[in-house]
Design a protein around this ligand. Structure first.
Ligand code: SF4
Length: 188
């Protein structure tokens, strides 16, 4: 879920030879036509999927309904992320997005090129927090009052994926080759 937008684009800059225009519009040579290979998109997405499954299993130890609600929330949060954040991102409608959302967002939502991406990102990134925090808090509660070795393994797996693997992949793989990561709200 890494990303970046540093400059407002002149009105009407879209839809004319997109790669060329975006590169011209954002002033970063060679950035826009960057195409992330499929394996890297998978590396970026599979841990998030694993996180949601582990979170579902942890929540399910308390209530099946809560676990289902968690999965519905996480799926909706991803779509909301496309709508609220990706639509303002420079990687919108391009193959340069490390997790492929830049290709998914245009299928459902129009671009918002006049928005300041840093502000948009900081204002909306909290929609993803419950996907991490809910299983963490429920997990801590269940470990305190209903401890089992299997629950501990689930909880440690969730924390490893959510708080170590996903940030590490974003920083060391997905965003590594990004030309303006030093100005990105996720990376800086
Ligand atoms: S398109 Fe979305 S997921 Fe991809 S870099 Fe931009 S904000 Fe991040």
């Amino acid at each position: 879920m890494a990303n970046h937008q540093i400059r407002k684009q002149p009105r009407g800059a879209e839809n004319k030879n997109a790669g060329q225009n975006r590169s011209a519009a954002c002033g970063i040579p060679g950035e826009c036509p960057r195409e992330i290979p499929g394996w890297l998109v998978a590396v970026d997405n599979v841990p998030t999927l694993v996180l949601f499954v582990l979170g579902f299993l942890i929540m399910g130890r308390w209530s099946a309904l809560l676990a289902l609600a968690f999965l519905v929330y996480c799926s909706s949060a991803i779509v909301l992320f496309w709508a609220l954040i990706c639509t303002s991102c420079h990687h919108y409608d391009s193959g340069a997005c490390p997790c492929g959302y830049g290709r998914m967002a245009p299928k459902l939502f129009k671009a918002r090129r006049d928005a300041d991406f840093r502000k948009v990102f900081k204002r909306n990134i909290a929609i993803m927090f419950p996907c991490w925090l809910a299983p963490t808090l429920v997990g801590i509660y269940l470990l305190r009052y209903h401890y089992t070795g299997a629950l501990l393994a689930l909880f440690l797996g969730f924390c490893l994926v959510g708080y170590i693997l996903i940030p590490a992949i974003a920083k060391l793989v997905g965003c590594k080759g990004c030309a303006i990561k030093d100005r990105c709200p996720w990376m800086s």
